[in-house]
Design a binder for this molecule. Sequence first.
Ligand code: NOJ
Length: 673
Amino acid sequence: MSQSRRIRMLLDELSWAEKLGQLQIVFRPDLHDAEQLVRDGIGSVFWPRSAAATNALQRVAVEETRLGIPVLVGLDVIHGHRTIAPVPLAQAASFDPSVVRDLARLAAAEARSAGVTWTFSPMVDVSRDPRWGRVVEGYGEDVHLTAEMGRAMVRGYQGETLAASDAIAATAKHFVAYGQPEGGRDYNTVDASEHRLRNVHLEPFRAVVDEGAASVMAAFNTVGGRPMHANRRLLTDVLKSEWGFGGVIVGDADGVRNLIPHGVAGDLAEAVRVACVAGLDVEMGGAPSDAQAAELGPDRLDPARVDDAVARVLALKEALGLFDDPFVPEGDERTEPTEDARRLVRTAAARSSVLLTNDGTLPLSNPPRVLVTGPYAESTDHLGAWTQSFAAGARSIADELRSRMPRTDLRVIPAVGFLDGHDGIPDAVAAARDRDVVLVFAGEPSTLSGEAASRSDLRLPGRQEELIRQVAATGVPVVVVLENGRPLVVADWIDDAAAVVEAWHGGTEAAAAIVDVLLGDAEPAGRLPMSFPRSVGQVPIHYAHESTGRPATTGGMLTEASVDIGLHGPDNVHEQYTSKYLDLELGPQFAFGHGSGYAAFTHGTPRVSHGEIPLEALERGETVGIDVVVTNTSDRSGDEVVQAYLEDVVSSVAPPVRRLVAFERRTIEPEAP
Ligand code: NOJ
């Protein structure tokens, strides 16, 4: 790696203790504490909550330390800083990378104005197990979609140059395979073959590193028995050597210390040594005590490795322009969403919503009497996992409906809470009887997804299913709007609903976006980025599974009639001996890519540019084009998401049955009559 003159000079000047200080980021919410740590030489801190406090820390770093090195200021800006965008899983459902880029750009501008220079996002863990609460932070089950959205987010955060006043350094996390914990339980063991790592988990990281992501975060999990914070093969051999990653590898919170309970280090000094050898550059957590630091001499940590790590940190500070000017204009701190910011997140929330089913009840056509019910009716919990207390809050859907449907007779009875047994169901059922439509706002509270929020049951929590079934039993059409951070099991009630919209946790403007969708002012034309299972017992279920030697053609228990199917397939396998569950239909409730909208489309026969293409041509960068004519046959403008899947018919390893290789979302006007 080439180093600037400044970095070479600093490496010569820095003492051993000062070097180790550069290799840590610490959590210290109290400003005085943080100032002391910076005075003592800590290289990076978490954001101290205002532009003024950040400037105070930078002033200490520049004026009160021997070499005047500014600090990196980190923060989990995950889906917005002040203005909160839909959760990342929802953003993936937009199937529109430009939405993701624009949201990241907004988040970066707000965060940098406050002195933040380093975010711990995007999460590009391919997630195929909805029990894992962190599926909300990523882009779902597909490798290509995750890679494309991750790239878009890096472009949005980092812009053209990190030194710009609206750019922050991105961190791709959690390297690697964190999305495949056994049992869907957070922080749990991962055992992944080279085949699975290369074809699934590593690929989105390769893409975002290629896009220029400034840093990568090591994951909490083991891979093949080796905790990622101590995994030299993956951190150094693959990420740094094979891919040429020149940025910073940062540990996850206390991930180095966690090597002790993992059982691969006897004490903290050993944990630091192992992590350093593995290729980790920055440790995230509490600052070590003087006694602990004293044990970390050059006899324990390889000086060349330490210099390499320090150089990476200094290079990031340099790229961010911090040596030239570490301060931000305090008067320009963006503490409130602007009108443009609100408009952007509102459009994004509507574009992220997915129409799961619709018998024509949506969009609503001015129903005179409406019942509004469900725990989300009056809730303002729309921000989703991973937002901070200073984020701009959201309004309730009931309030939004009242202002947008002033001539409608709206009755609002939330009836049930998310988790409690509160039983307002009889009141809701009684109120439903004289209504033209019932709107049920259901879902999971934000706290049920995100870090350390795994669930073993994927149904709507509390008594929400009962509420839906009982109001639907009145015969009045029921529209269900879901707000949640993971795929749910909806089998027990989905057929009772006239229409179901998956709105996810939509952020600061979620209520407005949901009403836009219900009234038809915006179209819910997103597509599912993760399959919805029929039952939790099917998990992990995803569309790009490998072909088995015994693929099933029908699901469920064999009846006498199905036994007559008899032998089939090239090997004469009896249907009974195929890969399936005896008590479930085949496949998920809703597969990856599912979703419709308010318009209707027909597709012509796809035309492929090459019937055949030699491997050498592909290696030279030649591509295969596919053209398909899509016609809007409805009477309204609408969005279609064209998805191209590839099937490798005969291969040396069992290929996935199909995989997404390209997608495009387009607004198409109706065909002229
Ligand atoms: C732990 C999480 O795993 C990680 O994603 C996050 O960036 C850090 N905590 C810092 O808050």
